[in-house]
Design a protein around this ligand. Structure first.
Ligand SMILES: *Cc1c(COP(=O)(O)O)cnc(C)c1O
Length: 365
């Protein structure tokens, strides 16, 4: 086959910034401070400033950020947490990990994010929190989420793993609810070269608990108070993240430019392009389209693969359909339909028009 188009190409950015990464590597190795060193402290300060949030607490992964964020917000055994089933498993897994029960409610078919009107109907006496997921890089309906949370005294933990730099009414997502949980997994919009995560909050008490939980539940070394985690960010990853953070706006804008081109190329083809609602700034972590009625999505994906175009299905099985959650008997037909119809196309900040034309040509053949 002629072309081989990956779903994500990290190499242009790595090559461009390699001298900076190498200099940072040398600096950290020579510093002898490998975990929670000065680069971690500096990164937390810089990322907190970028986001406009009082506390930015780094940790080992996005999953840990969710788990620690939930516990810091007081969520635990016996509680119910409302969330979307159309997300990466870690969202639901974190709820189960803290001993709470996920309550899956269906999604909005246009944005693929939680349908807040349905969330309102799912509230019970046990409901303690809601996790809106800003899927694919588009903000969930945070105005409605916050109004619902206020009316029912719920905590809001935002899953921002896919949406670094996205905004809602001009405000960075991850700074609107009680807690934001970010992932720096390499493929995310702001990714490091290993695992990494971030907990954000404007609440001093939440921040204090989160910092305690990430180091074995201790505020003072060897005076452990709680069963916590070993969930710290490496200095090397922090040093790389500092470099990448300084370029994040231009990278996210590159994704937006590519998304605009896809939208034009897809016009009139029957494939539904992603929407960007008024008041929302989409960062296109994924460029996910819906196949036209009557098209077999899996067969299409196979055909594209044979033509050298890599695509992904995020996500083929909504969480409520996974065997581990079948006893919850959640009813989410819109998420199930989306799971059968979505396909994510190649996207990265420097994706060029010629490559996009090939993708769309093969997609619509
Ligand atoms: C990637 C991701 C996570 C988990 O992040 P990790 O850093 O891989 O633990 C959680 N939620 C969503 C929606 C994600 O995409």
């Amino acid at each position: 086959m002629a072309q081989q188009i990956p779903i994500l190409d990290l190499s242009p950015e790595i090559n461009e910034l390699l001298p900076e990464f190498m200099a940072a590597t040398e600096r950290v190795l020579k510093s002898g401070q490998f975990i929670m060193g000065p680069d971690v402290i500096a990164f937390e300060k810089e990322v907190g400033q970028y986001l406009g949030v009082k506390h930015a607490i780094s940790c080992n992964s996005g999953t840990d950020a969710l788990v620690i964020g939930l516990r810091s917000a007081g969520v635990g055994p016996g509680d119910e947490v409302i969330t979307s089933p159309f997300t990466f498993f870690a969202t639901a897994e974190s709820i189960s990990s803290v001993g709470a029960t996920p309550v899956f409610v269906d999604i909005d078919p246009a944005t693929y994010n939680i349908d807040v009107a349905l969330a309102a109907k799912a509230i019970t006496k046990k409901t303690k929190a809601i996790i809106p997921v800003h899927l694919y890089g588009h903000a969930a309906d945070m105005g409605a989420v916050m109004a619902l949370a206020q009316a029912h005294n719920l905590k809001v933990i935002e899953d921002v793993a896919q949406a670094f730099g996205a905004t809602y009414k001009g405000q960075q997502v991850g700074t609107i609810g009680d807690v934001g949980a970010f992932s720096f997994f390499p493929s995310k919009n702001l990714g490091c070269f290993g695992d990494g995560g971030l907990i954000t909050t404007n609440d001093d008490t939440v921040a204090d608990i989160a910092k305690m939980l990430r180091v074995h539940g201790s505020r003072k070394k060897y005076y452990n108070e709680e069963i916590g985690y070993n969930s710290r960010l490496d200095s090397l990853q922090a040093a790389y993240l500092r470099i990448k953070l300084s370029h994040i706006d231009s990278r996210n804008n590159g994704r937006r430019t590519a998304a605009q081109r896809y939208k034009q190329l897809l016009a009139g083809t029957g494939f539904a392009a992603p929407v960007e609602l008024t008041d929302c700034h989409h960062v296109y972590h994924q460029y996910t389209v819906r196949v036209p009625a009557g098209v077999n999505r899996d067969a299409l994906q196979e055909k594209l693969g044979k033509a050298g175009v890599s695509t992904m299905i995020y996500y083929p099985v909504p969480c409520h359909k996974l065997p581990i959650y079948k006893d919850l008997s959640a009813h989410c037909p819109i998420a199930e339909k989306a799971a059968a119809e979505v396909i994510s196309l190649p996207i990265w900040p420097s994706l060029d028009e010629a490559t996009q034309k090939i993708v769309v040509r093969e997609l619509t053949k």
